[in-house]
Design a protein. Structure first.
Length: 546
């Protein structure tokens, strides 16, 4: 019997009675189905590892949300309200991350939740998730964001920067995935250094070490107060401000689910996903809570500048804090790292859309030409197709076209919550199928102690966040069709795509008893993964990014 355990990863061996009885009882059909499921995955490169996968996810999370938009969140909810919003959403994200890791370690597929929906629930549902995620990723919103960031330094025509950065994105993605991984690793190191630097600077400012400011302590928690009022006065206004902040914080956590997006291109994907998922989850939550806690003490929530960020460092709450303290130079550093954040997000858009397209082509829901890979195992046709949409960024150069572009961009703004819902229901469906077929959680290659509860917890709050995301549009005096459109259009879009897929592909809901689990268990056994070696000497430094 294959059994692999390490002190670091606690890989679960196959010990349940139900599975032991069938451990070597695989039919020829089971083996053929396993080969069929993973045939195209095996054609991709396997050059990524836990180091690169983990940093790619960190890069995707630590973006403009914490560096720029957190000021608007602080102004909306107040210092304590902002911290509570991050804590609440953080618990939902952690539960969703556990669901994603358990499911993806069992079925490590390119595009992760898209392929898993087709395997565990219904091919039409996978089509819906794949198309919505692809559409959202194809709109080059982050590419155009780089032009806004550059206005902090120059007023050159934005088309110049769209061209330069667009070519950089194409060059990063079109050759091989290892190249992309190493570039994102470098960007990730810069972001981690910036986060550490901002935490230290924030502590210095708060404790009275700044040249133009006395010790602050918790002064801003008292004046203007721990909570800000929004849309109404009194306790209702404070709650509405908090709940509005929750909607903003949701998007600050976008990117964590990308750990599994490149599972098919990862060396030893199961152990890499488990280690990266476990570490990234704890680090992101810890760093976020520490940063927003410090931010709440060094900038007043009623500051007019942070309430209306302009997309550059001048509107960053961190820059506002150092300006109030009389510290120079740092704003330029923050703007430079924010620029790398925008480039990383644009790169990630190409990765997500191309891998979703590849996954849909595997299921014959898109043309088979997208299955072509180059000699480095890169799905170059899908990547080229995704890159072909980058010129849409030129629409922002013209004022009227920019309005149209923003409408296109807003359609996919709630796709993140749809992704969380997909991950949660995949985990629930997998668990139901295992129970129906006599397997237990001990049969999974990797598990978490609270894993069986996480799917329902994450699903409940993800749906709640989605349904209430546009609530300001229903408050008298705050009607805004653009807000309503961006918050809820994904719902009718998903329903429309699902009906189309059911009629066109004629798919059926897969009953728990009919889910093909044995081919997946065969793959787990047939592709054993060695445990990680113990760290020695300088290798302990890898804990900073591994």
């Amino acid at each position: 019997m294959l059994k692999q355990e390490s002190k670091e990863d606690h890989q679960i061996s196959f010990t349940s009675e139900s599975f032991q009885n069938e451990l070597f009882d695989y039919s020829h059909q089971d083996i053929e189905e396993s080969n069929e499921i993973f045939y195209h995955e095996n054609r991709l490169s396997s050059s990524l590892n836990a180091r690169l996968i983990g940093m790619i996810s960190l890069v995707g999370v630590f973006g403009t949300g914490i560096f720029l938009s957190s000021g608007g969140t602080l102004a909306t909810a107040g210092p304590v309200g902002m911290i509570l919003a991050y804590v609440l959403v953080g618990t939902v994200v952690a539960a969703n991350q556990i669901c994603m890791v358990e499911t993806s370690c069992f079925y490590p597929a390119t595009s992760s939740y898209v392929a898993q929906s087709e395997q565990f629930i219904d091919k039409s549902l996978g089509f819906v998730f794949g198309i919505c995620s692809t559409y959202n990723s194809l709109i080059p919103g982050e590419l155009t964001a780089t032009t806004v960031i550059m206005t902090y330094w120059t007023d050159i025509n934005p088309a110049v920067f769209i061209t330069i950065f667009g070519l950089f994105i194409v060059a990063t993605n079109i050759y091989k995935v290892r190249w992309y991984g190493e570039i994102e690793f470098f960007f990730g190191i810069l972001k981690l250094l910036l986060c550490a630097g901002l935490i230290l600077v924030g502590l210095v400012i708060d404790l009275g070490g700044a040249p133009n400011q006395k010790r602050l302590g918790f002064h801003y928690w008292k004046t203007p107060g721990p909570f800000a009022e929004k849309y109404a006065s009194g306790s209702l206004g404070k709650f509405l401000g908090f709940w509005k902040a929750v909607s903003s914080v949701v998007y600050a956590f976008g990117g964590l689910q990308n750990i599994t997006m490149l599972a098919g291109e990862t060396e030893y994907p199961r152990r890499a996903i488990y280690r990266a998922g476990k570490r990234i989850m704890t680090r992101v939550l810890s760093i976020y809570i520490i940063m927003v806690f410090i931010l709440s003490m060094i900038v007043p929530s009623n500051d007019k500048i942070i309430a209306h960020p302009n997309g550059t460092a001048s509107g960053s709450p961190w820059v506002r804090a150092v300006n109030l303290a009389g510290i120079k130079v740092l704003p330029h550093i923050i703007n430079a790292v924010v620029l790398t954040s925008a480039l990383s997000a644009a790169n990630l858009g190409i990765i997500k859309s191309s891998r979703n397209i590849f996954a849909l082509a595997i299921k014959k829901q898109l043309p088979s030409i997208f299955l072509k890979v180059n000699r480095h195992g890169l799905p170059y046709v899908a990547v080229a197709f995704s890159c072909a949409f980058l010129p849409l960024g030129y629409m922002t150069v013209n004022k009227s076209a920019a309005t149209v572009f923003s409408w296109f961009q807003n359609i996919g703004s709630s796709d993140l919550l749809l992704t969380w819902i997909a991950i949660a229901i995949n985990h629930i469906a997998m668990s139901r199928a295992m129970k129906a077929q006599g397997y237990s959680r001990k049969d999974l290659p990797y598990t978490f102690p609270i894993g069986k509860y996480c799917g329902y917890y994450s699903l409940f709050f993800s749906i709640l966040f989605l349904l209430t995301g546009g609530f300001p549009a229903f408050i008298h005096g705050y009607w805004n069709f653009a807000t309503l459109f961006s918050a809820y259009f994904v719902i009718p879009l998903s329903l429309g795509l699902f009906i189309f897929a059911k009629l066109f592909f004629k798919t059926k809901y897969i009953k728990p008893s009919e889910v093909r689990l044995k081919p997946l268990f065969f793959d787990v056994q047939n592709r054993p993964e060695p445990p990680y070696e113990k760290l020695h000497g300088w290798q302990w430094l890898s804990l900073l990014w591994g």
